[in-house]
Design a protein around this ligand. Structure first.
Ligand code: TYD
Length: 205
């Protein structure tokens, strides 16, 4: 595969979508073809699964069913959207991926990080990102940026603290494939750091 796969991870309110659009625009200016996408979702079936996962209508969904649905949406997304784009040589910028399942379902819901990761690796035929950018913010600060919360955002703050710790420990275990940035800084400053790292990696790839 000749493309490059970048994932943004982080807690609620970390500013992922702002950074994704700034990076996509900058890479386009550098002459790269960029595809932006998000999880769960990205295909009609994926968006239908997203509705089941995020709507307060399905409050109390069993934790294992939740983990399976995230993995199912991801398998569909990789097969139909992400892998074809990488095969065309594009840069794929994706909002959340396997690490979100490891952090939210594996640690947050206590299902176990290894099982949850293996489930998604199976679902995606082992597609892992070239680079994962973790936008790190204290959940108390991040959650304060929302008035209306979806089903997962409405979880207690301890759940979000576990999720934050999980992202940081995943990043620490593999520094070559992660960039952790302090999401309290100004958006332009953060965007410049991310672009610098991505351009270095793209030159080296
Ligand atoms: P979304 O509205 O896309 O939020 P955000 O802007 O924070 O990405 O909602 C996605 C929610 O689903 C978010 O609370 C994180 C959660 N999630 C999981 O629990 N597991 C997963 O595998 C993924 C991809 C997301």
């Amino acid at each position: 595969m000749t493309g490059y796969f970048i994932v943004f991870e982080g807690g609620e309110g970390a500013g992922k979508s702002t950074q994704e659009s700034l990076l996509a625009a900058a890479l386009t200016d550098h002459g790269r073809s960029v595809l932006r996408t998000r999880e769960p979702g990205g295909t009609p079936a994926g968006e239908a699964i997203r509705h089941v996962l995020l709507s307060p209508e399905f409050d109390g969904l069993d934790a294992r069913a939740e983990a399976l649905l995230f993995a199912a949406a991801r398998g569909e997304h990789v097969a139909r959207v992400i892998r074809p784009a990488l095969e065309r040589g594009e840069v794929v910028v994706c909002d959340r991926y396997i690490d979100s399942s490891v952090a939210y379902q594996g640690f947050g819901r206590g299902l176990g990080p290894k099982r949850v990761r293996d489930l998604s690796l199976w679902a995606t035929s082992d597609l892992v990102p070239d680079l994962t950018v973790v936008l790190d913010v204290d959940p108390v600060v991040g959650l304060a940026r929302f008035d209306q919360r979806d089903r997962l955002e409405a979880e207690p703050v301890e759940y979000h603290q576990d999720v934050r710790a999980a992202f940081l420990s995943l990043a620490e275990s593999d520094p070559d494939r992660y960039l952790v940035v302090d999401a309290r800084r100004g958006a332009d400053e953060i965007a410049a750091d991310i672009l610098e790292r991505v351009l270095l990696d793209l030159d080296a790839s």
